[in-house]
Design a protein around this ligand. Structure first.
Ligand SMILES: *[C@@H]1O[C@H](CO)[C@@H](O)[C@H](O)[C@H]1NC(C)=O
Ligand SMILES: *[C@@H]1O[C@H](CO)[C@@H](O)[C@H](O)[C@H]1NC(C)=O
Ligand SMILES: *[C@@H]1O[C@H](CO)[C@@H](O)[C@H](O)[C@H]1NC(C)=O
Ligand SMILES: *[C@@H]1O[C@H](CO)[C@@H](O)[C@H](O)[C@H]1NC(C)=O
Length: 490
């Protein structure tokens, strides 16, 4: 404890010293006269001395600074995080810079075999993270709606006119000044209100497509989860059952895969399809013939090199699950190629960068990693920070951020709501669909999640809904932390 506080003090003193140093350098450049330099040096030294005296004699009053408590909590959290990465990271180590910044480093000599053609470098062996931002972002996902709905388009400024056209390929216009045009394209997969809810499931498995899956037999373990998330064309059948399981509840698909779903689904009528990016006429035509629930993912970063499907699957799962176990994400060191469990190797993306980030997420309590190199380990998560600790760190990061932005410390749970919408809960919204659906779809159970009675939700989901006073949170755009669209079901 005492050590921690010393560390924080030292850090603050150092920062002050550094800013003086910068000032000094600046002065040196602009005047070049040594007398001024000496004066500034003396002043810097004097103020540093004063600061040191003040902080050692009056540490009591120093700690009445509202931010110092947050910094203390976060510094404590950083140490736990560091321990977690060092224990679980299979060689990765964490290096604390301050109460928010952390660097994850691969061991010296790690083969960096991914060449980044854009920057003409091999992947670096260290990555810097802002833990304060990461914890704010990922804790927020737990409370988010990640499916596009009609209530969102109604509430968001320019929702129909400007945003909806961004989600439809080959529309032929950038604006739906005539709302009917966008409705015709979206109605088939646009529910009135959120079909899924935060805390809807306790445990979820998110299964990637890595060839590593063939080295283990996680099948039964995967199937024991309340819901299983897969992506794109990942096959689920007897051939791979012992490696990837047979359960299929959600599938996040990119446009290309969505066009050709029938053989992938192979009769799995209840599997929910979430289209990651855009829809268009061809996809809509397919949807009209299948009995599966189909929706559009919300929270995609449009026109900014979307993140991998794996990360988006985790976002999707986090918006409805308490515990997320990930399988088949290439996270082990020492692999030599990027493989998929069901097909020839395919060029992947930034393996080292991805792996470091997944490790950070594990130590932030967002996911639990399962892989060949961990398969024999006892499932012991005691070195991951506890829920209480994470929620305290989250609160501290939020206080700090608000104080830095000059906002009131406590804006409540709706502090990030920039736009509000209102929906009459009893009326409910319309159900997705269109008049020209095939009978297969019309008489199927595709809308079951949309019409599910509130009372049949898991208790934790109901409690959350009450606590949020019936408000659904949506991101306004992509990955920006703030600026939520909030819709109240009154
Ligand atoms: C998420 O919801 C819970 C209530 O279930 C609330 O206590 C918490 O503050 C919310 N967190 C964020 C980041 O909105
Ligand atoms: C709006 O678009 C629909 C469908 O494309 C069309 O039938 C309708 O005539 C349009 N309305 C106006 C006012 O242009
Ligand atoms: C499709 O499903 C059937 C029946 O469940 C199964 O026998 C067959 O192997 C599956 N085909 C593929 C390609 O997975
Ligand atoms: C539709 O799904 C719900 C919820 O899973 C289930 O209770 C109901 O029996 C299903 N109806 C049909 C016709 O399959």
């Amino acid at each position: 404890m005492v050590n921690k506080e010393k560390h924080v003090e030292k850090h603050i003193a150092l920062k002050k010293f550094e800013s003086k140093k910068r000032m000094r350098q600046h002065k040196q450049l602009s005047s070049g006269r040594p007398t001024i330099l000496y004066l500034v040096c003396a002043a810097a030294f004097f103020s540093l001395l004063l600061f040191a005296i003040q902080s050692s004699f009056f540490s009591g009053s120093f700690y009445s600074d509202p931010n110092s408590e947050s910094i203390r909590v976060l510094s404590n959290f950083q140490s736990t995080l560091q321990q977690c990465v060092n224990n679980r990271g299979l060689g990765l180590t964490a290096h604390i810079i301050d109460h928010c910044q952390l660097i994850l480093k691969y061991p010296e000599g790690t083969t960096s075999n991914w060449y980044n053609a854009q920057f003409k470098i091999f992947e670096p062996l260290e990555y810097k993270y802002d833990v304060c931002e990461a914890i704010l972002l990922w804790e927020q996902y737990r409370n988010m709606t990640t499916v596009l709905t009609r209530e969102y388009l109604d509430a968001r400024p320019g929702g129909w006119e400007d945003y909806a056209p961004l989600r439809i390929a080959q529309l032929g216009t950038k604006k739906c000044t005539n709302k009917t045009l966008c409705e015709e394209n979206l109605n088939i997969l646009l529910p009135g209100k959120p079909p899924f809810h935060p805390r809807q499931f306790r445990t979820c498995a998110v299964v990637g497509n890595s060839g590593d899956l063939l080295k283990t037999e996680f099948g039964e373990e995967i199937d024991s989860h309340d819901a299983v998330f897969r992506d794109n064309e990942a096959p689920v059948n007897q051939k791979y059952a012992k490696h990837v399981g047979l359960k299929r509840n959600f599938r996040l698909v990119v446009r290309g895969a969505a066009r050709n779903m029938a053989p992938i689904l192979n009769g799995s009528d209840d599997e929910v399809l979430i289209i990651k990016s855009l829809t268009h006429r061809e996809i809509n035509a397919v949807i009209k013939t299948i009995p599966n629930p189909v929706y559009l993912f919300h929270g995609i970063v449009l026109r900014r090199g979307a993140k991998g499907t794996g990360m988006k699957s985790i976002e999707l799962a986090l918006s409805m699950c308490d515990v997320i176990d990930i399988y088949g994400f290439t996270v082990d060191p020492g692999y030599t190629e990027w493989t998929r469990y069901f097909s020839a190797p395919k060029k992947g993306h930034n393996p080292l960068q991805g792996r470091a980030y997944y490790q950070l997420l594990e130590c932030l309590g967002v996911i639990r990693i399962h892989s060949p190199m961990r398969s024999k380990r006892i499932q012991d998560w005691s070195d991951v920070p506890s829920k209480e600790m994470i929620s305290q760190a989250h609160a501290a990061a939020l206080r700090l951020k608000r104080s830095q932005e000059g906002e009131a410390a406590d804006l409540g749970q709706f502090g990030s709501c920039k736009v509000w919408g209102n929906v009459d809960r009893d009326k409910g919204g319309p159900i997705s669909g269109s008049p020209d659906m095939s009978d297969v779809r019309k008489y199927s159970n595709y809308s079951k999640w949309e019409v599910m009675p509130f009372e049949s939700l898991r208790k934790e989901a109901q409690d959350h809904y009450e606590q949020m006073q019936g408000v659904s949170l949506y991101k306004m755009d992509g990955n920006k932390l703030d600026d939520l669209v909030c819709v109240k079901h009154s």
